[in-house]
Design a protein around this ligand. Sequence first.
Ligand code: WTA
Length: 638
Amino acid sequence: MSYPFQIRSLDEYRSVYEQSIKEPKTFWASVAAHFLWRKKWDKVLEWNFKQPDIQWFVNGKLNITENCIDRHLKDKGDQPAIIWEPNNPDEEKRVLTYNDLYFHVNRFANVLRNNGVKKGDRVCIYMGMVPELAIAILACARIGAIHSVIFGGFSAHSITDRLQDAKVEFVITCDGAYRGNKDIPLKNIIDDSLELCPFVKRVIVLERTRTPVSMIKGRDVWWADEIEKAEQNGNPELPAEEMDAGDTLFILYTSGSTGKPKGVVHTCAGYMVYTTYSFVNVFQYQPGDVFFCTADIGWITGHSYIVYGPLCAGATSLMFEGIPTWPDAGRFWDIIDKHKVNVFYTAPTAIRSLMAQGLPPLAGKDLSSLKVLGTVGEPINEEAWHWYDEHIGKKKCPIVDTWWQTETGGIMISNLAGITPAKAGYATLPLPGIQAMLVDEKGNEIHGNDVSGNLCIRFPWPSIIRTTYGDHERCRINYFATYPDLYFTGDGCLRDADGNYRITGRVDDVLNVSGHRIGTAEVENAINMHTGVIESAVVGYPHDLKGQGIYAYVIFDNTLHNHDLTRKDIAATVSRIIGPIAKPDKIQFVNGLPKTRSGKIMRRILRKIAEGETNNLGDTTTLLDPAVVIEIKEGKIN
Ligand code: WTA
């Protein structure tokens, strides 16, 4: 047995699950005992969901990077920790062993210290998928700085919101990032955002694409120059900062149903224990396996299952800079072949778009190293599941369908590869320690099987969200107030006759576009910023590749001359305000929106129309002006 807490049979899963529910504290203490602590905890857990106030491993002291790196040096120093595959297949791959990672993280931690970064400071990281991104993250964690990684696809405006919200003084970025045949000018984008963020004192810029950038005197410095300075200073090995179990490890912004994105806060110890535990069990990782998660580190999946979970487990994590369709749609399969990948973890949207290319991109690719496949981010349709099973896994690789959220930190409901049964379209069973339940609208528990409801969790797990940065009340209202004493996920769910869970999608106003979370209110706010727009309403509709597409109903002032051009202008506005991922797929100009007498937009009706439903729109009698519905139906964009 490779990991002491790795579950190896269905019976063992059942007994471990039962124990974890009956005696959660004993259970998590036994898992946590396998990590490196500076000082052991006094109490395993103190909690209430009312405030909420949740503390795991109270008074425990540690540094997560000693768990990710230092403790592997003795036995695994020469083992690859990170294998990096560049965007351009002709460029050399890079391999960082655990020894290398130790060296680089220490050196960059020195750079951060030299630039004035202290424990508790927030550091924004806006970079492409290069190894230095992982190094920057770990260097922050090493000195106790709080990282806030922003996905490279977000616009300057979105960055500004995030920098202001977390009062960030330090930024780490790249001149540019390669994605397929594009070169994204990251430094230029962040420069636009910095115009509105005079409180940012220092910007460290890594050279990657060597696009021309402006380097502002006194604020901007080159990564390589700072490394050189650190070396001239003797580049001392830094003792990792001693962190309290409950200290913040990072902030990651995510969309909710209202207003601006919120900064989800994760803490050092609980996050470490749970990401590692779930990584080892869900994927049934074995020492030496090459693990390839295709997510971007700008999202939670990359944080938990490219960086922290795999590295804490002493795994080899493959990081890919590019996109699945460049130079051609066989790129993932090339990488699997080239690096002999054993575990492959991707999103249903990627599977669907590669499936659409047919089998030619698979020709000649040796995928025989694969042992386990995984999906995350959205419900996977059965067709895509079977294609993945047949053509990628050759029916030999269990597929884990992993349900979780930015707020949960790690995988919550999933089969364990080859250990608990898979079922197409189902995330199946909760992991040990996860007390999932379904409730009706009023919050009453729905017992028994073959039922559906809203998915809640009734007991804390170690990597549960602790707060939303700078606004604890928002955290309470969003997750802990809908149903008293429960964590509410915002997802609808059904439980089949055997107790397997199937996530059916969000029940709030959050869209899931290509596995990316986008709030309808955010998109509406962006559309409304376009001149001439009077009001808008955004809903999701089923989209073959993206899972959900964005459908916008827009009331424009009377001087609308060219519909097509205005649609493009509105899309450009959304792209500028949020980022290209939030661009509406369809924009319909309307004269009015269906509203109740109290002025509330009836989204249910708009959603049905966008989904192509024309007859059964439900009760429209409470509408202020039922005639607008007829007009909207007639003008539907196909
Ligand atoms: C959805 C991503 C069905 C769900 C890790 C959740 C899924 C939201 C699955 C979180 C899955 C994630 N099956 N739906 N396996 N995984 N979701 O925060 O609606 O980006 O609430 O975290 O994605 O998205 P987030």
